[in-house]
Design a protein around this ligand. Structure first.
Ligand SMILES: Nc1ncnc2c1ncn2[C@@H]1O[C@H](COP(=O)(O)OP(=O)(O)OP(=O)(O)O)[C@@H](O)[C@H]1O
Length: 284
């Protein structure tokens, strides 16, 4: 059996003085190259879970304590000698891009992490060129990071983490400030990365995007994992409260083979293609 990219067992985390656990007895396994979407209301514990998985909690956050087991490709997180060693495997894109932009220009920002790792210049340039293409940020390269829009900042942060080539990427609402085209571009990039073997865990409120891109969804509430399954199992089955008509269309297209062959495929595109096909009598 393949070693999971990530194996979580009985993981709990509680902030100092909090009345309840922010993450409560979570069990989860994620395969290499899988895209797992995490859904759930505000305060469900999604960000805290990502912080635990990236090693920020418990080892580097005095306000929180976590217990349980986290394995990265079979290695217990506690065995990593430092947070830096964890970041070689796991890249975290936090909810607020401001927290992760530390350089003056976008070009410097992309190069910074790689320079700190001592990568040779040709390799830095190769990875930077790939990131620029994948995330469509060519026009931003010489811009000042402080003058970027919220959505541009988000793209630059995701691209800069991508440059570090982590085997697992944890993305906390990476498209919250992006318009539909920007969202599409980031999610397409995520799919490309997953196809190349990168494991992606993405917290996202844009459920219809997750329906198309994620292999599995995890629904959290009050720190607890309430449901894990394919997008169809989670979103369309049972009593899921998540806009079922649009999701039906997106999921159906994916199942009928329009995905993943035809990039890019947004949900509006999905609805259009499906109606066109329907009009031609090709879909019932
Ligand atoms: N630094 C902190 N100190 C104390 N409590 C915190 C801290 N960060 C989060 N919490 C609490 O932990 C719980 C889980 O928060 P978390 O940010 O993980 O939720 P979330 O699902 O990511 O929410 P959102 O969708 O709003 O980002 C919430 O009750 C929150 O108030």
């Amino acid at each position: 059996m393949t070693t999971p990219a990530l194996a979580v067992h009985e993981l709990s985390a509680r902030y100092t003085g909090a009345p309840r656990r922010a993450v409560d007895s979570v069990d989860l396994e994620v395969a290499p190259g899988e895209i797992v979407g995490i859904l759930g209301p505000t305060g469900a514990g999604k960000s805290t879970l990502l912080k635990c998985l990236s090693g920020v909690i418990p080892r580097h956050d005095d306000e929180a304590a976590a217990k349980g087991r986290i394995e990265i490709f079979g290695v217990d997180l506690g065995q990593f000698p430092s947070l830096a060693a964890i970041t070689e495997q796991v890249g975290l894109v936090m909810q607020d891009p401001e927290l992760q932009l530390v350089n003056t220009t976008v070009r410097e920002e992309l190069a910074w992490g790689m320079e700190n790792r001592g990568l040779p210049v040709p390799e830095i340039e190769r990875r930077m060129a790939r990131a620029v293409e994948l995330f469509g940020i060519e026009a931003l390269l010489d811009r000042f990071t402080h003058a970027l829009s919220g959505g541009e900042k988000q793209r630059v942060v995701v691209a800069s983490i991508f440059c570090l080539s982590p085997r697992i990427m944890l993305l906390d609402e990476p498209t919250s400030e992006l318009d539909p085209a920007g969202t599409e571009s980031v999610m397409n990039a995520v799919r490309v990365l997953a196809d190349e073997g990168v494991t992606v865990i993405v917290v996202e409120h844009k459920v219809e995007e997750l329906a198309v891109y994620a292999d599995r969804l995890v629904v959290m509430d009050e720190g607890v994992v309430r449901q894990v399954g394919t997008p169809r199992e989670v979103l369309v089955g049972g009593h899921a409260p998540y806009r079922p008509q649009v999701l039906e269309v997106a999921l159906r297209l994916r199942e009928e083979g329009y995905w993943p062959g035809e990039l890019p495929l947004s949900v509006p595109d999905a609805v259009r293609v499906w109606s066109d096909e329907r009009a031609k009598g090709l879909a019932s």
